[in-house]
Design a protein around this ligand. Structure first.
Ligand code: IPE
Ligand code: IPE
Ligand code: MG
Ligand code: MG
Length: 326
């Protein structure tokens, strides 16, 4: 039986965050269509305009409000830069993965070829950097530039460890921290001069967010997710849930590592993993991260914003659990 669990983004539906997101949306649109070249504007605008949950900019707005700040123009620009960096990283990620679809539209690599996707992703990173320098503060611009470095390092490490049967859970965690959690951390950092007090929350939430994405690739279905499953195995990305399972009750699965798998092997491996403790182990691991994240939150006076920030990590875990097929 499938019980309905609300989309976790619904928790962001607080009046103050929603009102801020409307302004952020306009800034994202303006920044991603600010090239002298109409073709670049069309390409970048297509990805940023195709949707996405806007989770990271929402985190920036909620953090600003949690720390007693307001949604100033600087905060709106910082939030838009965060989303632009995220979108640029997706453009490059899809290029690296040879993916054909993102946010329900064709990827830029599928549409324009690899060279086009490469430079439009570069444009998005650089445009975010320029906006941060001209319309926020030096610490915010530095935090955003550092994220792009960490993102590149995390993605590079993952690419260097493809099909590596010696990859450990610690290796996967290091890569996730760079490729995903660094931007969640920065989403909090750039919100307010005291943003550092929320950085640990952002980082732990980011780690668990990526681990849930990795789990669903192994334990959900294309019908439920609206995207193919088993992609990480297909591409040789041995993710944290899989690597932890190898150490627990799936040592036999090692025979599938270190090589390309046929579609029949992927189907068999997914069925084997779903019969194991992988799902329960990963969800429990994420609950531990959620509890660490919440314990890193400062006192939040605004009850609406406290509800959002306290509720988000658990809402994602509950939603992911509802998407799992055992
Ligand atoms: C996708 O992030 C990449 C991961 C870190 C798993 P999101 O799931 O937040 O993507 P959008 O922004 O909603 O498209
Ligand atoms: C997220 O990793 C990519 C970045 C953080 C840049 P994934 O490769 O798991 O994301 P999806 O599954 O393609 O959305
Ligand atoms: Mg990917
Ligand atoms: Mg993934």
């Amino acid at each position: 039986m499938i019980t309905h669990v609300a989309r976790p983004e619904e928790i962001l539906d607080s009046p103050a965050v929603s009102a801020g997101l409307v302004r952020v949306e306009r800034r994202i649109r303006r920044l991603s269509t600010s090239s002298r070249l109409p073709l670049i504007n069309r390409a970048a605008g297509r990805i940023t305009g195709a949707g996405g949950k806007r989770l990271r900019p929402a985190l920036t707005l909620a953090t600003a409000l949690a720390l007693g700040g307001s949604v100033s123009n600087r905060v709106v620009t910082a939030a838009a830069c965060v989303e632009l960096i995220h979108a640029g990283s997706l453009v490059h990620d899809d290029l690296m993965d040879k993916a054909a679809e993102r946010r329900g539209v064709r990827t830029l690599n599928a549409e324009l070829g690899d060279a086009g996707a490469l430079v439009v992703g570069d444009f998005m990173f650089a445009r975010a950097g320029l906006a941060a320098l001209s319309a926020t503060s030096k610490p915010v611009a530095e935090a955003l530039a550092s994220v792009i470095v960490e993102l590149a390092e995390g993605q590079f490490q993952e690419a260097a460890e493809l099909f590596d049967p010696g990859r450990t859970p610690e290796d996967a965690l290091r890569s996730i921290t760079g490729k995903t959690a660094a931007l969640f951390r920065a989403s909090c950092l750039v919100a307010h001069p005291a943003g550092r007090s929320m950085a640990e929350y952002g980082e732990r939430f980011g780690v668990l967010f990526q681990i849930l994405d990795d789990l669903l690739d192994l334990a959900s279905t294309a019908e439920r997710l609206g995207k193919p499953v088993g992609n990480d195995l297909r591409q040789g990305v041995y993710t944290l849930p899989l690597l932890r399972a190898l150490r627990h009750d799936c040592a036999d699965v090692r025979s599938f590592l270190g090589r390309r798998l046929s579609e029949d092997e992927i189907t068999a491996l997914l069925a084997r993993l779903r019969r194991s403790h992988l799902v329960d182990d990963t969800l429990e691991y994420c609950r531990g991260l959620a509890s660490d994240a919440l314990s890193a939150l400062p006192v939040i006076a605004d009850p609406e914003i406290a509800r959002v920030l306290y509720g988000l990590p658990t809402a994602y875990i509950d939603w992911a659990e509802s998407m799992v097929v055992r």
